[in-house]
Design a protein around this ligand. Structure first.
Ligand code: GLA
Length: 694
């Protein structure tokens, strides 16, 4: 053996010894490694909160000329001033990147989802991609807050035009916009708000789309109508300003009660099923408070929305919004959304699937590229979530119950997290400086993130295997997969069912990567890959062992959907909800999380809130409440012909970009307008009756 050979042997020996030594200590957590820098493109122009909009009467109002000519002059529509509220919402010119706009053109969206129907209040998806955001307006609005000075951040008024706290902070009185109308001309008032609350949120037989429950607004909270335009909230805590965020998209966006009541069991003697499914995609002209109304639907092809002639927002010159006459939603795939936006046959995409990054960047860099592409911070993240319910959520059989018990064992969770090679997982999606190691908890892109409080269990397969043994899992039949102890599930192989959304290649790839890495550990994971809508239903019903899920606003902004950060109520958490006895069987660390989150919600002290989120991050990452997989930035792709797109708009923070860019004030300059309108000079017709009227 030459000298090199000897050195190698010595090294191997040494390595072997140190590997052994490492094994004993490697399970020690550290703080998460620093992320590779990824500078966001587009400088955000921070502004005071009150510089964006106000409510004010104008001396004169305007609308597209064809609306006046074809609809008002022929008596089909009342004059504009009669269709607008007393004091419309006015977007201030100073906050519009390109100023007052002109009418015309279309924004062509492509989506991977499919509409179940229009009954958002009863939990039906419209197919995502911001179509619901275009249709439904909420009491408050948060997406544009990405540009508001940090010390000034509070939800913007919307359907609730102003609010006032009582002296003791337990009641909040909101004034609704006065005299605004649904897109069919029916008045919007407190009846709509109360119908949403009493007969949808509070009614246990109904679950609105984004999962609003009474606890979303704090335990013990009540809501009452005072008069036609005044509502009053009563809270257990004093000044829980945080709940103003829950009144934004997507948990307080009321539907048209005059239409929905015609199918609701309480008013129509129908069943809850008939209510939920009473407004299928074929039901056109569903009344909305949003800027565009769905007037055409062709299955697996397209949804077309036209401007709402009763829309209640204007610019400072009194031009009724929106500027864009039409929206298209092509029913395709999410990956196709990127391809079409880059090619110019679609207009907008949230580039969020890393598998498409390199190709999209290459094309967008060409001077002739029809779209611009700008990356933001690392705000897209994925977690593995384990079902923590041991008291019957989803009615597990013996095997599933045994998996739940494992999920609740911290050594088991440590074994799983230590067996994940996150670098490899990230690089399997895209090479380069995009993905970063993400141990779980809140996102590194939020202002509440604190690296020092983020605990990370480094990749250590041997250490992970030792932990599995400690948990009592051994491969007793020599087939490579560990078995349950003899008395559990007949000592069979541990088999774990992982629920995955089939609509996104990223979800599928991460899940498949995980299956391979778990196989190395000796855990047999099988995939239950189903489309987004079915995935959601399966998840809400608790029928999963494990789940791979893209992060939501509670991780990216923390202040939005905050109650979902822990099982603060029976149905707030994604992975731990109430069992058959209506209680959540919290583990001690979860109780800590619940307490921290509740304190955060009721605190108005910024330093205390920052501190509480550090505690949250520490408890959640130490105990592996969720198991982070990867984190990366997303990019907004938008066709160059659009104006008023704010610079630095993140594709996801308080909400998705479709809300962030404030589409109702986006416009296309006259010399850049395309010929894309499919229903030019037409407006929505009667609810449920055919397409547009002309
Ligand atoms: C889907 C898409 C996101 C965004 C949202 C809007 O989830 O993946 O990019 O468009 O819909 O709701």
């Amino acid at each position: 053996m030459n000298i090199f050979g000897r050195m190698k042997t010595a090294a191997a020996l040494l390595f072997g010894v140190s590997a052994f030594a490492i094994q004993a200590v490697a399970s020690e957590p550290t703080i998460v490694p620093e992320q590779p820098p990824f500078p966001a493109q587009g400088k955000i122009n921070y502004v005071p909160r009150d510089s964006i909009l106000e409510f004010k009467a104008q001396s004169e109002y305007r609308e597209p000329e064809w609306v006046t000519e074809k609809f008002v002059k022929t008596g089909k529509l009342p004059p504009l001033a009669e269709r607008l509220p007393k004091k419309p919402m006015v977007f201030k010119t100073g906050n519009m990147p390109d100023g007052i706009g002109v009418y015309g053109d279309t924004m062509r969206h492509v989506i991977g989802g499919r509409p179940e129907g229009w009954n958002y209040s009863a939990g039906q998806t419209q197919g995502w991609g911001g179509i619901d955001i275009a249709m439904f307006e909420c009491l408050t609005r948060t997406a544009p807050l990405f540009q508001v000075d940090a010390q000034d951040v509070e939800p913007l008024p919307n359907l609730a035009q102003s609010w006032e706290w009582s002296e003791d902070g337990h009641t909040l009185t909101m004034k609704l916009i006065e005299g605004a109308k649904w897109s069919d001309g029916d008045p919007f008032d407190a009846d709509d708000v109360m119908f949403y609350w009493d007969d949808n949120v509070v009614d246990p037989n109904v679950s609105p789309l984004n999962g609003a429950t009474p606890e979303t607004f704090g335990e013990g909270t009540t809501l009452k109508a005072i008069d036609k335009y005044t509502i009053k909230w009563t809270f257990k805590d004093a000044f829980p300003r945080q709940h103003l965020y829950a009144m934004a998209y997507g948990t307080f966006c009321p539907g048209p009660s005059h239409i929905l009541k015609t199918k609701h069991p309480k008013y129509a003697g129908t069943t809850y099923d008939e209510y939920k499914n009473g407004f299928p995609p074929e039901y056109l002209n569903m009344p909305v408070m949003g800027a565009w109304v769905p007037i055409e639907y062709r299955s697996d092809d397209v949804i077309v929305l036209r401007r709402n002639p009763y829309y209640w927002k204007v610019d400072e010159e009194g031009n009724q919004l929106p500027y864009l006459n039409e929206l298209h939603y092509k029913l395709s795939t999410w990956a196709d959304r990127d391809v079409q936006a880059i090619a110019g046959s679609g207009d907008i995409s949230n580039l969020e699937q890393p598998e498409n990054f390199v190709e999209s960047l290459k094309r967008a860099a060409q001077e002739t590229a029809p779209a611009r592409l700008a990356f933001g911070a690392r705000l897209i993240g994925y977690n593995l979530r384990m079902n923590f319910s041991a008291n019957g959520w989803g009615e597990p059989d013996e095997r599933a119950q045994a998996v739940r018990e494992l999920n609740r064992n911290v050594d088991f969770r440590k074994a799983v997290t230590m067996a994940i090679d996150r670098k490899k997982l990230g690089e399997s999606l895209v090479k380069g400086p995009f993905t970063a190691i993400y141990p779980g908890g809140i996102s590194s892109g939020t202002s509440f993130y604190d690296r020092a409080s983020t605990v990370y269990y480094p990749f250590d397969l041997e250490g992970a295997k030792a932990l599995l043994e400690k948990v009592g899992l051994k491969d007793t039949d020599g087939n490579g997969a560990v078995n349950f102890p003899a008395g559990t599930a007949g000592g069979s192989d541990v088999q774990i069912v992982l629920l995955v959304n089939s609509d996104y290649s990223t979800d599928r790839n991460l899940a498949e990567g995980l299956v391979g890495q778990m196989e190395q550990l000796g855990l047999k994971v099988v995939l239950n890959t189903i489309d987004g809508a079915k995935r959601d239903a399966t998840q809400y019903a608790g029928r999963f062992d494990w789940l791979v899920r893209r992060n939501e606003q509670e991780q990216t902004s923390v202040v939005q959907n905050t109650t979902q950060l822990a099982p603060t109520g029976p149905r707030t958490s994604w992975h731990h909800r109430a069992g058959t006895d209506s209680t959540v069987d919290l583990m001690p660390f979860e109780q800590e999380l619940v307490d921290v989150v509740n304190k955060f919600i009721s605190s108005n002290d910024n330093d205390e809130r920052a501190d509480l989120m550090k505690q949250y991050q520490k408890v959640s990452t130490t105990n592996l409440d969720t198991i982070g997989l990867t984190e990366y930035p997303g990019a907004l792709i938008i066709n160059k012909r659009f104006s008023n797109i704010p610079e630095g708009a993140p594709i996801f923070m308080f909400n998705w970009a479709e809300d962030t860019i404030i589409r109702e004030r986006v416009f296309v300059a006259a010399d850049k307008q395309g010929d894309y309108e499919l229903f030019p000079e037409q407006l929505p017709g009667k609810p449920g009756e055919g397409g547009p009227i002309n």
